[in-house]
Design a protein around this ligand. Structure first.
Ligand code: CP
Length: 325
């Protein structure tokens, strides 16, 4: 167990070693169990966390706010449009100044080819931990909750097959951060990771290379498929979600035309039947219902999406407690 996480940033999934992620899981399960038993953990009394959002959120905002309150701290929700950022406050100024007010700075900045750089620029100027609530490259807290959910539902992740698949959605060009963080983290836990997508929906080559390296190092495997049904076959865990063709085009109209070729990439009962009988269906949410996934699957017996959403709270409490004390 590696417990010396005090003061550390968590921006990329790889910022914490595998052993440190195991420590986070251990603490998260304890905090979840103790919450159910009514055992209080005022671990962050007198501590404050800035929650700086450049993008909307249902789960991330609430789970960070509630997590801070449950540990006797305070989270300040800051909508970037209500700040002076558009009038000139730089990433350095946010890092320097918020770092002097708060005990941690959490940021969601998903703008393509910008968000990750912005969060790292804030971190470079900050004297307190900077936590990535999702950028254009990574969504590390989502994947901690996903790992926790897999351990709860499937048991030891080693040797289990997870299908990280693209699915069609019409709402908007969703970030590629969830599949990228999934293939990075799950390959460190000895899983057989499948990445399934049409050719236009590639992920960043260096992230894919890191996933391959992780699989080699940690005894799992990593394979890439381009056929939707094939990804489901005999999988223990299916995680089909939409993401934008951002490495192919950033033009919304062109992207919509590309996506329209793959409208049949919807997770339905027939696709689920290709996976193992007890396979779990995961999604970070929000999902485009009956476009990306049928109601029958997302509300069905194999779906774990609400437990997955709940685990955001417990996993984030663990990281906040370990980094901000
Ligand atoms: N999964 C997730 O990050 O949800 P929100 O966008 O609602 O925060």
């Amino acid at each position: 167990m590696q417990t010396d996480l005090r003061g550390r940033d968590f921006i990329s999934d790889m910022d914490f070693s595998k052993e440190e992620i195991e420590t986070v899981m251990d603490v998260a399960f304890k905090l979840k169990r103790d919450r159910a038993l009514g055992i209080r953990h005022p671990l962050l009394e007198d501590k404050t966390l800035a929650l700086l959002f450049f993008f909307t959120s249902t789960r991330t905002r609430s789970s960070f706010e509630v997590g801070m309150a449950q540990m006797a701290g305070h989270a300040a929700f800051i909508d970037s449009t209500t700040t002076q950022i558009s009038h000139g406050d730089t990433a350095k100024e946010i890092g320097e100044i918020y770092g002097r007010y708060y005990d941690g700075i959490a940021i969601r900045q998903c703008d393509w080819d910008f968000g990750n750089k912005y969060i790292n620029d804030v971190a470079a100027a900050s004297r307190v931990p900077v936590l990535n609530m999702q950028c254009d490259v990574y969504h590390p807290f989502q994947i901690l909750a996903d790992l926790m959910t897999i351990i709860e539902k499937v048991g030891d992740p080693r040797g289990k097959t997870i299908n990280v698949s693209w699915a069609y959605a019409s709402s908007y060009q969703k970030p590629i951060s969830v599949p990228q963080s999934l293939i990075l983290q799950m390959t460190r836990f000895g899983m057989n990771v499948r990445l399934t997508h049409p050719p236009e929906y590639k992920l960043m080559p260096d992230i894919v290379q890191q996933a391959k390296d992780n699989a080699r190092k940690h005894g799992g495997s990593f394979e890439q498929l381009d056929e939707f049904d094939a990804g489901f076959v005999d999988a223990d865990i299916v995680y089909p979600k939409s993401w934008g063709a951002l490495l192919t085009t950033t033009d919304n109209a062109e992207s919509a035309a590309i996506g329209a070729q793959y409208k049949d990439w919807i997770t339905d009962e027939q696709r689920m039947a290709l996976a193992k009988d007890n396979a779990i269906y995961m999604h970070c949410l929000p999902a485009d219902r009956n476009i990306e996934v049928t109601d029958g699957v997302i509300d069905g017996p194999n779906s774990v999406v609400y437990d997955e959403a709940e685990n955001r709270l417990h996993a984030q409490k663990a990281v906040m407690a370990l980094t901000m004390r």
